[in-house]
Design a protein around this ligand. Structure first.
Ligand SMILES: [Zn+2]
Length: 415
């Protein structure tokens, strides 16, 4: 607690259902200040803590831990109809061609609105992938907890030292904002775009400082073909733009670089069983961005195998450079639609865990659970009518939530 700050008054919030360890508690309530103090039957909490403020009861309500979006690029939040969707390499050409224009348009107002849109959908923490550090002030202003992934990008050996120095200065700048609920972290852009020498340097730094690491991995079929065979649309792309003839990393070599440091791999749509087994066996996790994958023509993540191998995964929106909204609920609904082979209610349950406990573990945040000792980051959702059967509640929550009814971060209400 900051010096001079008064300890927050304890409050009790009651809901018809409280999400707890993958199920729901009825007639329960949460006692909290900045942290969750207890989850217990409502009557019991009221009599044991008569001094606590009782928050007004909201009918048909469900209380969840705040949702967590582990992968978003805010710098491209100005995009609506600028970038080309449908095919990954065409999209990439449009990003390179229109990048400066999009970055220029992305002012503080647009960044604030992007954070606010996530907040309205119940997001109390997010992982921001930053290639330039332009959104640092905006995320410091936002109420959410932020893991700030400073992105390392550059495959030309002649310029990697300059790029690495720039990456280091951005990493330092974000480290100085640790007061503002910001955790500095590292993003390695991808196996096709970062030279192995700098990956090695960045990973040594990550290990030394214990920093969280994320990397895009096997996103598109074109990426896989280039890394495996040095051919396909990427060949022309690299020849034309960077005068590069061969990929810098192999799939296996790239994965090996993260050994011993559990890493959050984004997309993995084109990963086969052997890569997924390696991810599982080496303690890594996956960020699943279903709409981004669909919009960029990347394919469908093999979620069945991920379930089978028990790989921890999150669901994330990616940026507005490859999406139409930053609502975590829009993303969860897309995941329900995309994976039509998985039993609907089973998937809905796993998706709720993906954006709560799994995401908190990946970002190493003490939230994502409604249990004593965790931060009081919570969202209350009022359903339109009485809920009789809570077995289907994960599904109803995903299908019917546009915006959350109340949202708390560190026990303070923001929605
Ligand atoms: Zn991304």
């Amino acid at each position: 607690m900051a010096r001079g700050a008064k300890k927050k008054k304890m409050k009790i919030i009651k809901a018809d259902y409280i999400y707890y360890k993958g199920g729901y508690l009825e007639e329960h309530a949460v006692l909290f200040d900045e942290k969750i103090i207890a989850v217990a039957p409502y009557e019991e909490l009221c009599s044991s803590h008569p001094e606590a403020e009782l928050l007004p009861y909201v009918p048909n309500s469900v209380l969840y831990p705040g949702f967590i979006n582990t992968h978003v690029h805010l710098e491209f939040s100005a995009n609506r109809t600028t970038l080309k969707y449908g095919s990954f390499v065409e999209w990439l050409y449009s990003v390179i061609g229109r990048r400066d224009e999009l970055l220029g348009e992305c002012d503080q107002k647009i960044l604030d609105e992007a954070c606010a849109q996530m907040l309205r959908s119940g997001v109390t923490a997010f992982g921001a992938i930053s290639s330039l550090g332009l959104e640092l002030e905006a995320v410091a202003r936002a109420p959410q907890r932020v893991v700030f992934f400073n992105e390392l990008l550059g495959s030309n050996p002649a310029s990697v030292d300059v790029l690495y120095a720039d990456f280091l200065s951005r990493l330092e700048a974000s480290s100085l904002r640790s007061d503002a609920h910001i955790t500095p972290a590292i993003a390695i852009h991808s196996p096709y775009s970062v030279h192995p020498i700098v990956i090695k340097k960045a990973m040594a730094l990550a290990r030394e400082r214990g920093l969280i690491v994320s990397a895009h991995f096997l996103e598109s079929p074109q990426e896989r073909e280039w890394l495996e065979h040095g051919s396909g649309e990427f060949r022309e792309f690299f020849k034309k733009l960077f005068n590069q003839e061969r990929p810098n990393n192999s799939i296996g070599g790239f994965l090996d670089a993260f050994d011993g440091h559990s890493t959050h791999f984004t997309h993995c749509v084109q990963a086969g069983r052997s890569e997924l087994e390696a991810i599982a066996g080496r303690g890594h996790s996956i960020a699943h961005c279903p709409r981004s994958n669909r919009y960029l023509g990347c394919g469908r993540l093999d979620l069945e195998t991920i379930h089978e191998l028990d790989i921890p995964y999150t669901v994330a929106t990616d940026g507005l450079s490859s999406n139409n909204t930053l609502s975590i609920f829009d993303e969860l609904r897309a995941a329900l639609m995309l994976h039509e082979g998985i039993d609907l209610n089973t998937l809905a349950r796993k998706l709720i865990d993906a954006v709560t406990v799994n995401a908190a573990d990946v970002l190493r945040l003490d939230c994502g659970r409604l249990e004593a000792g965790y931060h009081a980051d919570m969202v209350l959702i009022a359903m339109d009518e009485k809920i009789d059967d809570y077995d289907d509640l994960p599904l109803w929550t995903i299908l019917h939530t546009r915006e959350v009814t109340q949202l708390y971060i560190k026990g303070e209400r923001h929605v």
